[in-house]
Design a protein around this ligand. Structure first.
Ligand SMILES: Cc1cc2nc3c(=O)[nH]c(=O)nc-3n(C[C@H](O)[C@H](O)[C@H](O)COP(=O)(O)O)c2cc1C
Length: 197
């Protein structure tokens, strides 16, 4: 059976990270279960001009590798603990969605799937975007971490000397793929020889 990863897009800045992640997962033969919050849709529109989710565009032609779930459908497969998957990534993760997950509140399918992922002790990665952070957000991150989740601040490094925005996006997407154990060809690993050359 092919691997299945849930991707949640919430209403924080950073929609390009999410779109690139979905594309690479699909290209790597991973079946992607995508759920986008209402504000996540707004950010896709504001930042990328995506008004309607197009499976062909999102997967680079691998439409059989994408299932799009309605954020209001808390009865979807991914809402159940019996649904076997290989991890969930919320990218970008807003402070609101972080807070809901930290408190076990499930107002939409994204939050429900994340909460269930934690209770089933599966991999949950929250790629959070906000700056600076209040103590409330730090406490919420602590709670999620103590419950087994991983917080990934969307803060790309510059030590590989990026020349394009796409390289900054790929820097973070490579980390996210690593965290769910999906192979990739993104050349984003530290190599001192490369910098010195
Ligand atoms: C243009 C725009 C950018 C935003 N950027 C962020 C952000 O980077 N981080 C954040 O936590 N919230 C951000 N917000 C606020 C969230 O969208 C808002 O808190 C919303 O309730 C989140 O809902 P969701 O978590 O269900 O997606 C932004 C809102 C807008 C309109």
């Amino acid at each position: 059976m092919s691997r299945q990863i849930i991707v949640g897009i919430s209403g924080a800045s950073g929609a390009p990270y999410a779109v690139r992640l979905v594309e690479l997962l699909a290209q790597n033969d991973v079946l992607v279960h995508l759920v986008v919050s209402r504000h996540g849709r707004r950010l896709l529109s504001d930042e990328l001009g995506i008004k309607k989710l197009d499976p062909d565009q999102l997967t680079g032609g691998r439409v059989d590798r994408l299932i799009i779930h309605n954020e209001n459908d808390v009865g979807a497969t991914i809402a159940s603990g019996s649904f076997m998957h290989d991890g969930m990534i919320v990218v970008p993760c807003s402070g609101n969605t972080l807070a809901k997950i930290a408190c076990g509140i499930t107002d939409n399918l994204l939050q429900r799937a994340a909460t269930v992922t934690l209770k089933e002790r599966r991999t949950l990665v929250l790629a959070h975007r906000e700056s600076p952070l209040s103590l409330i957000e730090l406490e919420n991150m602590k709670r999620v971490t103590e419950s087994g989740g991983t917080i990934v601040p969307l803060s790309p490094g510059f030590y590989l000397l990026p020349q394009k925005i796409e390289e900054l996006i790929d820097f973070m997407v490579a980390k996210l793929l690593d965290l769910v154990g999906v192979d990739h060809d993104l050349d984003m690993r530290w190599d001192a020889n490369r910098i010195e050359a």
